[in-house]
Design a protein around this ligand. Structure first.
Ligand code: ADP
Length: 547
């Protein structure tokens, strides 16, 4: 067979030649829609390749982006890797201090910045010294080079020359939920194979007829691979832009068929989607991941909105997709309740991904059974899984001697191959020598109709080592009445010692930069003997604590 290199340039050429009339739409800062075809995008990507080259970027150089989901960001997603440089999307929600460290480690040569973020970028700019900066969506205060002007000044022709599919194409940092962000370097080959894998019918299953709304930011784990998966499949894309927009409007006005985002996005959008049920009838599938989606959320979308919910699990280290939860043919006759319980699991490995369960914290590897009950650490290998972190040698904390990634996630896997995350190893609560799963408690709490958000953390306890503390966002009037209810509900499912001693009601659970529950921030708020630490998180004010 031909030794044909798997590169992003091939994907772009295919998208242009076969799907040139397909559309990319972006919500502009003024609320209007920018709309163009893949053919126009292709021509601009070639010009952009010339711009980046003329700015002195060479093969292997890192080029950063500081941007939301926009057409310019999509152009950069192709132009940077296709000239042999490395696309490095910066997480705009990290602090300037964290980002400065990341830019320093990555040695980014050039940064493309959305003018909408001029003010928040200033702090970072001071910390990183004089980097070359190009802006788009220009703000009147900007004095940097203007993207559109540069595009107008160069030749439209460019010949791709990726000589090796193992050249790096992208660099993404983890969002830092459990420690400092770590860099992961993707290759053309790994991203190409990830794209083919997620486009399988039993995974994202995108087709040319789809209109896709990626709500997951392009700086979070490469937007779950959607910018590449959509264009390779030929799907239309609607990009939500730098300002928050009404999701129901976007779906209704653009005939969105598939949308992807973290559970919080879907929980927040639900009331409006329910009101607009008739207008959003085009929506056939929601992809949810990044943290556990509750069975209640899945049930609400499937039962009340008639939208299929697919739960996905992955990590930045895995490009990021690892498992995907869809029902098997044999499940079709099950009751709805049973179906939703299966769908709330994180799913079966995407073909190409190998999973195994290992005893937690054991140096001698013995594979644990797939019986749906035995809990172990999930270990992974695949053509799109990292074998080390950027600029560091593999350590046994993250990689096994026989070359598997230690995910740090604890899970069960059943005989059909459905994985169910119990918790992150570091988030498991250790009480009197026993383990308590914060995720299981959160899932149970979320089943209560009055609970909007829930996060459970372990706080130090003299007698037991750690005890669970539940932080929940409640309907205001129901707060007092509900406490007994919650405890009773937990008591049905769990032994007495699992029941949190205290419940704290808040307006909002603190979130990480990518919208997940920020357990470290919650811990900081409540770590001093479980009482709120003065001046805790800016947005979440505990309303009261009831024991
Ligand atoms: P970070 O590790 O900094 O949060 P990532 O965004 O790469 O960065 O997060 C990967 C982790 O997110 C996984 O190891 C897992 O703990 C969690 N995760 C991702 N998807 C799911 C899911 N569907 N259910 C439960 N946990 C998930």
């Amino acid at each position: 067979m031909m030794n044909y290199p798997l590169t992003l340039a091939q994907m772009l050429e295919h998208a242009h030649r076969i799907h040139g009339d397909k559309r990319v739409q972006t919500v502009l800062p003024n609320g209007k829609m920018h709309d163009y075809t893949y053919a126009v995008l292709y021509e601009r990507v070639k010009r952009l390749a010339n711009v980046i080259t003329e700015l002195g970027v060479q093969r292997g150089d890192r080029v950063a982006t500081y941007a939301a989901n926009t057409y310019q960001h999509l152009e950069l997603y192709y132009a940077i890797p296709c000239i042999g440089a490395v696309l490095h999307p910066l997480n705009i929600r990290l602090s300037a201090v964290q980002l400065a460290q990341i830019v320093h480690e990555a040695e980014d040569k050039l940064i493309f910045v959305d003018g909408m973020f001029t003010e928040q970028f200033e702090e970072l700019r001071h910390k990183i010294g004089c980097k070359q900066i190009v802006r788009f969506n220009l703000n009147p205060a900007d004095t940097d080079t203007f993207y559109e002007q540069l595009l107008g000044e160069v030749e439209p022709a460019y010949t791709w020359d990726i000589q090796d599919e193992n050249w790096a194409m992208g660099l993404c940092y983890t969002s830092g939920t459990q420690g400092e962000p770590r860099g992961v370097l993707y290759t053309h080959r790994s991203m190409f194979l990830h794209t083919l894998a997620v486009n399988q019918a039993d995974v994202f299953g995108l087709t040319e007829a789809d209109v896709v709304l990626p709500l997951v930011p392009m700086f979070h784990a490469m937007a779950w691979g959607l910018p590449y998966a959509c264009m390779f499949a030929g799907a239309d894309m609607v990009l939500p832009g730098p300002k928050p927009t009404c999701i129901a409007n976007l779906i209704a006005e653009n005939g969105i068929t598939v949308a992807a985002g973290v559970p919080t996005v879907w929980a927040n959008a639900y009331p409006e989607l329910l009101r607009r049920r008739k207008d959003i009838s085009s929506l056939r599938r929601v992809i949810v991941g990044g943290e556990a989606a509750s069975p209640t959320l899945i049930e609400a979308y499937e039962k009340e909105l008639g939208v299929e919910v697919c739960h996905a699990w992955g990590m930045t280290e895995m490009s990021p997709t690892g498992t995907f939860s869809k029902l098997r043919g044999t499940h079709q006759n099950l009751s709805d309740a049973k179906k939703w319980r299966i769908k709330a699991k994180q799913g079966r490995p995407v073909p190409g991904v190998e999973l195994r369960l290992a005893p937690e914290a054991s140096t001698n590897f013995t594979e644990l059974p797939w019986d749906g009950e035995t809990v172990g650490e999930v270990q992974v290998r695949s053509p799109w899984t990292a074998n080390r972190y950027y600029k560091s040698e593999p350590t046994t904390e993250h990689f096994t001697d026989d070359g598997w990634l230690r995910t740090g996630d604890l899970a069960t896997i059943d005989a059909e191959g459905y994985m169910q995350i119990v918790d992150r190893a570091k988030a498991l609560i250790r009480s009197g020598g026993e383990s308590i799963s914060s995720v299981a408690l959160e899932t149970a709490l979320l089943k209560h109709p009055r609970v909007l958000e829930a996060a459970v953390i372990g706080i130090p306890d003299e007698k037991w080592g750690e005890r669970p503390l539940a932080v929940v966002v409640l309907d205001e009037q129901a707060r007092k009445k509900i406490l007994d209810d919650l405890k009773q509900r937990l008591a049905v499912e769990f032994p007495k010692f699992w029941i949190p001693d205290r419940f704290v009601f808040v307006d909002e659970i603190p979130k990480t930069s990518v919208g997940k529950s920020d357990k470290r921030a919650i811990f900081a708020m409540f770590a001093s003997n479980g009482k709120q630490v003065a001046g805790g998180s800016g947005t979440s004010h505990p309303k009261g604590e009831i024991s």
